[in-house]
Design a protein around this ligand. Structure first.
Ligand code: NAD
Length: 341
């Protein structure tokens, strides 16, 4: 099938070309991000492959459908950037890669915890300058600390398991309980209880209207002083201005984010010779206890191999009119009310 691959980077081309030896799709790579202005590049392509910061709103989908596109093959797990209702109306099928390497993301979340706690980012710079003083580098034992995991699907549960290995107590919150997470030893609780008791809070829920700005001024006020907040999920789960206020006042002790609410014009690009215009992000870079990585949690060899393989497989399933569990439709992803614990 003829596939227009948007937001393509060298590594995407490499892994997709390798996996495509088995599938023989006609892949055409576009560096441009997909939005309503670039969608016409896909004219005549029955399939479009998109990534996390492509804008698949009603306007873009309309252009794609009017030029003959039938399939949106997301090469990511999250689908918050797709207007599923509009896709359904236009007769567009949407597929995703629900699981490629949850370990990659979970391990990155734990890496952020360890770097922030033991101040490795500061120690790295200091020792290169011949400064081996320890002042300011004091950490804490993770052993017996309480970690709150919000969203206990694939990634949240693996994160819980890794942290259990450090001897942490795990509190969990999700709209539906995951038996695998209970088996690890996590205790499900109410969201407010998790906020009040956790030393570290790690976000692993998808971006939905219910999780938008889940971390805000009010929820931060419930948290323990000096709390650590980690976000490898989606940027808009955090009200960044509220978190900056929390970091400035000392209420929040540490922030580790791999995703940022306004990342779409910044991340995945080398902007090192430009002046960053985003003052909120720039403020975060001035804080010694905040670390920002540019949506790299997924970025492992295993994950890229699996992403390419599943995306191309999804396209085959669509081409062969086979039923595919990786199809995303609006009705299937309606959020249920939280269970009581
Ligand atoms: P998953 O679907 O396996 O798990 C998500 C969990 O969140 C589910 O258990 C679901 O019930 C729960 N959830 C839904 N609404 C909720 C709510 N309102 N409150 C609490 N929990 C809620 O997904 P996953 O594979 O574990 O991925 C989690 C998220 O990680 C994705 O949605 C995506 O946004 C993000 N992600 C980020 C990267 C990265 O590179 N940073 C890579 C992959 C995924």
């Amino acid at each position: 099938m003829k596939v227009a691959v948007f937001s393509s980077k060298k590594y995407d081309m490499e892994y997709f070309r390798k996996a495509n030896v088995k599938y023989s799709h006609d892949l055409v790579f576009f560096e441009s991000r997909l939005n309503s202005r670039t969608a016409s590049l896909a004219a005549g392509f029955p399939a479009v492959c998109a990534f996390v910061n492509d804008e698949l709103d009603a306007g873009t989908l309309d252009v794609l459908a009017s030029h003959g596109t039938k399939l949106i093959a997301l090469r990511c797990a999250g689908f918050n950037n797709v207007d599923l209702t509009a896709a359904e109306k236009l007769g567009l099928t949407v597929m995703r890669v629900p699981e490629y390497s949850p370990h990659a993301v979970a391990e990155h979340a734990v890496a952020l915890i360890l770097v922030l706690n033991r101040k490795i980012h500061r120690a790295y710079n200091r020792s290169r300058e011949g400064n081996f003083a320890l002042d300011g580098l004091m950490g804490f034992d993770l052993y017996k600390k309480t970690v709150g995991i919000i969203g206990t699907g694939r990634i949240g549960t693996i994160t819980a398991g890794i942290l259990k290995g450090f001897g942490c107590e795990i509190l969990a919150y999700d709209v539906r309980q995951n038996p695998a997470c209970i088996e690890i030893g996590a205790k499900y609780t109410y969201l407010t209880d998790l906020f009040k008791k956790s030393d570290i809070i790690s976000l692993h829920a998808p971006l939905t209207p219910e999780t938008y700005h889940l971390i805000n001024e009010e929820t931060i006020s419930l948290m323990k002083d000096n709390v650590m907040i980690i976000n490898t999920s989606r940027g808009k789960l955090i009200d960044t201005n509220a978190v900056i206020d929390g970091l400035k006042s000392g209420k929040i002790g540490y922030l580790g984010i791999d995703v940022y609410e306004e990342e779409s014009d910044l991340f995945f690009e080398n902007l090192s010779d430009r002046v960053i215009q985003d003052d909120v992000l720039a403020r975060l870079f001035t804080l010694p206890n905040a670390i920002v990585t540019g949506h790299q949690a997924f970025f492992t060899h295993e994950a890229l191999t699996a992403i390419a393989e599943t995306t191309l497989f999804n396209i085959c399933q669509f081409e062969g009119k086979c039923k595919c569990d990786n199809e995303v439709c609006a009705a299937r992803f309606l959020i249920k009310k939280p269970q009581s614990v």
